[in-house]
Design a protein around this ligand. Structure first.
Ligand code: BES
Ligand code: ZN
Ligand code: ZN
Length: 483
């Protein structure tokens, strides 16, 4: 659907131009220059970043996209925003066929094309399964106009498209309400993706989880009639190596808070509490699709945090798979129970050599950084610098918080080894508890995506709904680890 064509082959009835304020008139059609120069409304075209003008003449349609003042200073985020707005205009104008023109700027051409392909595919995602009137998609053919057609540029477009399809899988998993996306359904979705894209999926039901001794995880799950499923995904792209990248995703298909019940407002989006799980499933898909040359194992301890006479309670002391105990002071801090057991499982049973966990873990993450960046913690500078490089490429912002040793006191309890509540700073303290379950100083990163996984309305370059944050970053991390 996205091709590179030469200027001679350009034939669509719509042309999309990405232009800086300093645009070169000689490269544009005369008719368009005339309109841009003496615009009927006397309203000057500012070419402000992300501003979009739709122009229709007797013979042609134009979508002019502002890229801002300076071709040198533009960032990937700026460009994503411009592309997002441009594609939104193409969608609302029901454009089916268009030629796209870029101008030279501080970003490499390969980046521009890859991101454009990503934005096209993520822009076409809609979650309309429950709408009686479905969204019609008009956009069929897109040609990037470039006289230097080459296989490198074609392959980055393909890569962008593939990764974005995985991002859309993650968004779909999150957007589905919890009555549908139960732990079992999530497990079956993982299995389906494994079959389609080439990774192995092993599912453990309750009795098998009991045998593994993952009792903290089972305690969180026991209030719900939707039974837990431990999902293990394995991709082997480098059979000669015994190195394995481990991914752990928080998989709460719904979080009522349990007996420490949430407010109506606090509960309403808690179908997104499997966002970490959806992210690692999407990342596995992207990695397998691209046939990256490394080994990855992802683990999701999927369950639902409900209230019933069989639910766990504040005051219970939970025995984790590692043997260590944690006092539950608040049943709403449930994610960490499931994550510590998943961490123990992935280290002891899957023998991973690195581990990254992704979780919608705390509201406190958003109070620290807003919805701009995820909150991260790590015990390893080398691994973290790889993640930072991956995030710089993917444009997904991360911010690393400290592990001051004073925090260690806050997770101690009198009658158990640890407590699940340790006061402020909440997002870091949650990470301090997870760190207590990282064995032999294994290189580890924790990514709290609670504030970035979902947008309640369109914002930045995201539509309303699940963002798919993290999939592209984990994919880029896997690429760096493979090298
Ligand atoms: N799932 C929530 C965190 C969350 C909040 C995710 C908002 C997405 C959006 C988590 O299980 C939770 O409830 N955390 C508590 C922890 C507290 C009880 C220590 C929180 O953040 O309030
Ligand atoms: Zn909770
Ligand atoms: Zn939760």
């Amino acid at each position: 659907m996205i091709k590179i064509k030469s200027a001679e082959q350009a034939m669509a009835n719509t042309a999309m131009y990405f232009l800086f304020k300093t645009f070169d008139e000689s490269k544009l059609p005369e008719e368009l220059v005339a309109i841009l120069n003496n615009n009927v409304n006397q309203e000057r075209y500012t070419f402000e970043l992300g501003s979009v003008k739709f122009i229709e003449t007797a013979t042609k349609k134009y979508i002019v996209v502002g890229m801002g003042e300076s071709p040198e200073k533009i960032t990937i985020g700026d460009y994503r925003l411009a592309a997002f707005k441009a594609l939104k205009c193409a969608k609302s104008e029901k454009i089916d066929n268009m030629d796209v023109y870029f101008v030279e700027c501080g970003l490499q051409k390969a980046y521009l094309y890859k991101i454009f392909a990503e934005m096209v595919v993520t822009g076409l995602y809609t979650f309309d399964k429950y709408k009686t009137k479905k969204t019609k998609c008009y956009l069929k053919e897109i040609a990037i106009i470039d006289d230097n057609q080459n296989s490198v540029l074609e392959s980055v477009i393909e890569e962008g498209k593939n990764v974005a399809e995985s991002v859309n899988i993650t968004r779909y998993l999150i957007d589905e309400p919890a009555h549908y996306m139960t732990p079992k359904k999530l497990a079956l979705e993982a299995q389906e993706n494994g079959k389609n894209y080439g990774f192995e999926v092993e599912l453990f039901k309750k009795s098998a989880i009991q045998k593994l001794g993952m009792n903290a995880y089972l305690d969180v799950a026991k209030g719900s009639s939707n039974k837990p499923y431990l999902i293990v995904m394995r991709y082997r792209g480098d059979k000669k190596s015994d190195k394995i990248l481990g991914l752990v995703g928080k998989g709460l298909t719904y979080d009522t808070g349990g007996y420490s019940i949430k407010s109506t407002e606090g509960m309403k989006l808690m179908q997104t509490d499997m966002g970490g799980a959806a992210t690692v499933i999407g990342a596995m898909t992207a990695i397998a699709k691209a046939k990256l040359e490394l080994n990855v194992t992802a683990v999701v301890a999927a369950c639902e945090n409900s209230i019933s006479s069989t639910a766990y309670r504040p005051g219970d002391i939970l025995t984790t798979m590692s043997g260590k105990t944690i006092l539950c002071e608040n049943t709403d801090a449930e994610g960490r129970f499931t994550l510590v057991d998943a961490l123990t499982y992935i280290q002891r049973k899957e023998k991973v050599t690195t581990v990254v966990d992704v979780a919608t873990l705390t509201g406190a993450a958003g109070r620290s950084l807003g919805d701009v960046a995820s909150l991260t913690l790590s015990n390893n500078d080398d691994l973290y610098s790889k993640l930072q490089n991956a995030a710089d490429v993917s444009g997904e912002k991360i911010w690393r918080m400290p592990f001051f040793k004073e925090y260690d006191e806050q997770i101690k309890a009198t009658f158990a080894d640890y407590t699940n509540i340790g006061g402020d700073p909440g997002a870091i303290i949650a990470g301090v508890l997870l760190k207590a379950f990282v064995e032999n100083n294994l290189p580890w990163i924790h990514i709290d995506i609670a504030s970035v996984a979902y947008k309640e309305k369109e914002k930045y370059y995201y539509n309303e709904g699940a963002t798919g944050y993290g999939v592209r970053m984990l994919y880029e991390l896997a690429k760096l680890i493979q090298e």
